[in-house]
Design a protein around this ligand. Structure first.
Ligand code: KG4
Ligand code: ZN
Length: 354
């Protein structure tokens, strides 16, 4: 069975065609260069860029998938999946309208999907040859680390989620981006911090405060850490900042990741899970991957990350894969007119999307 999936939740116009967990084609048109000069995503610009690209993205996804299966066409796919939230309302709307239009024109069922659910399923994506092979070991822990979210989620079975930890202010990716901006590394800054930290061998020379380590729960808070970097930079001379930029970047990244891995460790031990899956933009980071892998090794379990680079950022392949598990339960939109954007949609409320 084949699904055409669309995601326009933020600054990527993404379309994919999936077959079960296999990705037959995927396209992500990024707007990052357009938003860069504003230092963040501007919703009205994102909406316009999505609207300009969406028809072409759908056509291209179909023609790319034909190289793997020449029979694929919009007329013979089985369903259309679309992200309805969370995300930027007016950006989400572009994808939802497109999905509704195609579903009506080709008389296909419509499957609404939570974007964060997609980030979880991104870890189970397979290429067109069915690799890598991975198992769902329920219950497992999903760690979602992106520019907008930091959540620890207990996944009890397909579509059954319990959020057991979340950020109280900035998301992990946002904390990295804000730190990188203070250091003059541009936007978004997660990958730039990783590069500098790597050069400094992930040193923790400046030991910035570890936020919320002893809060007694599984929540996160990063706004204080960003403030401590700001004060630190005010105290030192520009020349010292320049000389020590690698070590400062590395220490900042270590402080963010210490909070992430400590809370993940508590969650793993208290739930007894043997599988951790980590998705979202920050899951691209190799330092974080090795910290989380080590945690799971310590309890005789394993950690999965998105198996291909494009799956760490926003993409539609992950939406198609999540949709497959709704398809199995025949969870289609009963009335397309009530399917609407849900900018603040939570995973725990997503079972009732239809
Ligand atoms: O999931 P994503 O592409 O977009 C959403 O927020 O939904 O995540 C973007 C975030 C940004 O904060 C970016 O700085 C971060 O992912 N990121 C990274 C790396 N690559 C992207 N953070 C740390 N290390 C990286 N290599
Ligand atoms: Zn995302």
């Amino acid at each position: 069975m084949k699904i055409l999936a669309i995601d326009t939740s933020c600054d990527e116009t993404a379309v994919a065609i999936t077959s079960g967990r296999r990705v037959l084609s995927h396209l992500e048109y990024t707007q990052i260069q357009t938003h860069k000069k504003w230092g963040g995503v501007v919703p009205s610009i994102a909406k316009r860029a999505h609207a300009e690209k969406i028809d072409y993205a759908v056509e291209s996804a179909v023609s790319k998938a034909k190289k793997i299966d020449p029979n694929i066409s919009l007329a013979n796919i089985d369903a259309i999946a679309v992200t309805v939230g969370p995300g930027l309302a007016i950006a989400l709307e572009v994808g939802i309208l497109q999905a509704k239009k195609l579903a009506a024109e080709y008389k296909k069922p419509l499957i609404p999907i939570n974007h964060m659910e997609g980030h979880i399923y991104s870890c189970f994506a397979e290429n067109s040859k069915g690799l890598p092979k991975r198992e769902f070991l329920f219950p497992y822990l999903a760690f979602l680390v992106s520019g907008g979210h930091t959540e620890l989620v207990l996944v009890k079975s397909h579509l059954e989620y319990q959020i057991i930890g979340r950020t109280r202010d900035d998301a992990a990716g946002e904390a990295l981006d804000k730190g990188a901006r203070l250091l003059g590394l541009g936007y978004p800054g997660g990958a730039a911090l990783e590069r500098l930290a790597y050069v400094a061998h992930n040193t923790d020379e400046f030991r910035f405060p570890r936020p919320m380590l002893h809060s007694g729960d599984l929540d996160f808070s990063f706004s204080g850490l960003k403030t401590s970097l700001l004060y630190f930079l005010k105290k030192i001379a520009e020349s010292e900042k320049n000389n020590k930029i690698h070590e400062i970047a590395s220490s900042y990244q270590e402080a963010v990741f210490a909070a992430l891995s400590k809370k993940a460790e508590i969650a793993i031990k208290s739930t007894g899970v043997k599988l951790l899956v980590c998705g979202g933009g920050v899951a691209a980071n190799n330092r974080l991957r090795s910290l989380l892998r080590n945690l799971m090794k310590g309890v005789g379990g394993k950690a999965y990350f998105p198996p291909y680079k494009y799956l760490t950022g926003d993409n539609a392949a992950m939406i198609g894969i999540a949709a497959y598990y709704r398809w199995e339960k025949q969870m289609f939109a009963r009335n397309m007119d009530v399917i609407d954007r849900a900018p603040r949609l939570s995973l725990e409320n997503s079972i009732n999307l239809i």
